[in-house]
Write a protein that binds this ligand. Structure first.
Ligand code: C2E
Ligand code: MG
Ligand code: MG
Length: 246
């Protein structure tokens, strides 16, 4: 109500073309007394109190409206949106998504939902129904923080997911940690065998990028490219550049 929330956008880069093909929408809160508060702090509280439902709906509308703006000149630019478990469980979740897309007149393929393993592990039949409805709208889905929750391999087989996002904790200590190299290699190979795309998050160094490239990871995201930026900053740094060199 006080207009203290904003969305920032962190670039997503395709490793084959080295191009920014999209962005992850990340929620930011500036409180007038407390200053900038991290989503790692306020999202869990919003989940506990149920406020995440109103907040998540605002995020969805705002990110879809931004995607509509960034897709106006015929580019194809995809925005990924984080979805919390409570939000996903709402009976009208798919309706909210579909009406936001219609309202913005956006090609659904320009939106990706980032789901966590905890969403997928619940009532499997109900979840499958919802995921199928979302997929039939034409919206893509990925699994965020992959490898940190309860990873059921059977849901990778059954659910209409198109991408795995390797959690930052496995990327952080690359290229030195041999166990992390093994885990990341295994995730990438398994994803490709299942015809899924893989993105690594939290890429901070050229060495990490080089290793991920050599392991045939498809996409990266991280401070090496940029932090999450306000829309006007994102435009001047990443969209105009793309138009120029693309
Ligand atoms: P996430 O979805 O896994 O988002 C990635 C987080 O890693 C972001 O933190 C991002 O700023 C940070 N990050 C990206 N690259 C790097 C890097 O190279 N190094 C390091 N150290 N960090 C990096 P942020 O923005 O603080 O968000 C934290 C979490 O809060 C998100 O994790 C997500 O779970 C949640 N969140 C953020 N926005 C939303 C939202 O709109 N809805 C919901 N439900 N959750 C959100
Ligand atoms: Mg995410
Ligand atoms: Mg993540």
């Amino acid at each position: 109500d006080a207009q203290e929330f904003r969305l920032h956008y962190q670039p997503l880069v395709d490793l084959q073309s080295n191009r920014v093909f999209g962005a992850e929408a990340l929620l930011r809160w500036h409180d007038k007394d407390l200053g900038e508060i991290s989503p790692a702090q306020f999202i869990p509280i919003a989940e506990e109190t149920g406020l995440i439902i109103a907040l998540g709906t605002w995020v969805m509308h705002t990110a879809i409206a931004q995607a509509a703006i960034w897709n106006q000149q015929g580019q194809h630019f995809r925005i990924s949106i984080n979805v919390s478990a409570l939000q996903f469980q709402q009976a009208n979740f798919v309706d909210i998504l579909s009406s936001a897309l219609k309202q913005a007149q956006l090609n659904p393929d320009c939106i990706e939902l980032e789901l966590t393993e905890s969403i997928l592990i619940r009532d499997a039949e109900e979840t499958l129904k919802k995921l199928t409805a979302i997929a039939s709208l034409g919206v893509r889905m990925s699994i965020d923080d992959f490898g940190t929750g309860y990873s059921s391999l059977s849901y990778l087989k059954r659910f209409p997911i198109s991408k795995l996002k390797i959690d930052r904790s496995f990327v952080m200590n690359l290229p030195d940690d041999e166990s992390d190299i093994a885990i990341v290699t295994a995730i990438i190979n398994m994803a490709h065998a299942l015809k899924l795309t893989v993105i690594a998050e939290g890429v901070e160094t050229e060495q990490q990028k080089d290793l991920l490239t050599s392991l045939h990871c498809n996409e990266i995201q991280g401070f090496l490219i940029a932090r999450a930026l306000a829309p006007h900053e994102f435009e001047s740094k990443h969209l105009q550049q793309n138009a120029k060199f693309g």
